[in-house]
Write a protein that binds this ligand. Sequence first.
Ligand SMILES: C[S@@+](CC[C@H](N)C(=O)[O-])C[C@H]1O[C@@H](n2cnc3c(N)ncnc32)[C@H](O)[C@@H]1O
Length: 371
Amino acid sequence: MITLIATVAMGLESVLSRELKNLGYENLRVDNGKIEFDAELQDICKTNLWLRTAGRIFLKIAEFKATTFDELFEKTKKLHWSDWIGKDDYFPVTKVSSRKSILFSKSDSQAIVNKAVAESLKKSYKVDTLPETGGEFPIRIQIENDMVVLSIDTSGDGLHKRGYRSHMNAAPLRETLAAALILLSRWNPEEDALMDPMCGTGTLLIEAGLIAKNIAPGLKRKFISEYWRALSPEIWEKERSLAREQIKHDVKPRILGSDIDSGVLSIARENIAIAGLDDIFVQTLDMEDSSSRYERGKVITNPPYGERLGDREDAEKLYKKMGKSFRKNFKGWHYYVLTSNEEFETMFGKRCTRKRKLFNGSIRCDFYHYY
Ligand SMILES: C[S@@+](CC[C@H](N)C(=O)[O-])C[C@H]1O[C@@H](n2cnc3c(N)ncnc32)[C@H](O)[C@@H]1O
């Protein structure tokens, strides 16, 4: 049995918790921005491949109290690091955080843990030097109320990197947040159409497509722990092929997108093709002119926020138009809008049915739901 920690953006813990329960995990320990749970070795592969809203998956090595650097060193050195880290492997301490604790110097904690792990490995492998040329084991130290948690990153690149983005543009929505918005809307692809009339590079549409077809979001990428000795290529291949078997090829979701900018739509089309979701349809249109022949559906969109000076007025004009055109062109649909603009409801011309506080990176937003 091992313990894994899945990180998640603040405010989305309940969405990740729902995902973990659907994958069969129980006894979840939910905290701010993270969920800890018991798992088996192959769950490192399964969670990295399947979780749509998690930022990264960490393997928890230990949790102990330390109020002096000596204590931090001795307790770290006693741990069985060689169960995971090989004689030639590279083990940088890449993340350190400290809150409400006596040990607050991040650089000292980093150097001490690094030295203690090296001492432990030298002793286990009976060597004097460690080349650190092999697989990578990025170590994370979190200290809170004098309790130290040591863990190893199993993901490498953040899990938002799905492998379908062809270019980076100015304001794409993070894939993990886009997936969370779709899951929060409880969209049912068998009953409802889905429309993003300001779809940009198509992140919401693609995440919806992956959900509808039950495609594991990590199937097109690599993870740092694929190169670990403890996780054989067979374990990874087994989890990957199980994931491939679960794809619902016959589901044909009705997912539509439009945007006023034809340049950004060509990126959306490339992303959609790389993701293998050819049945998503996008077209160049002003939001005011977008409509749908379907009676039921969900508009889910991430319009410009007008954060920069001068852009605010344009964004507010757009919100006014959105209110009018959604009510006219998407009668009977649910609308969901993510924006940081606190005057949104006034501009849109209607109080929302429900709203939820979320963060888009560091920007505090609300996810407005109208029905
Ligand atoms: C914040 S971006 C959306 C980013 C998108 N979620 C993504 O992941 O790439 C807002 C988008 O709204 C589009 N937009 C702005 N005004 C519009 C209008 N009147 N009609 C349609 N699209 C518009 C912009 O071209 C831009 O692509």
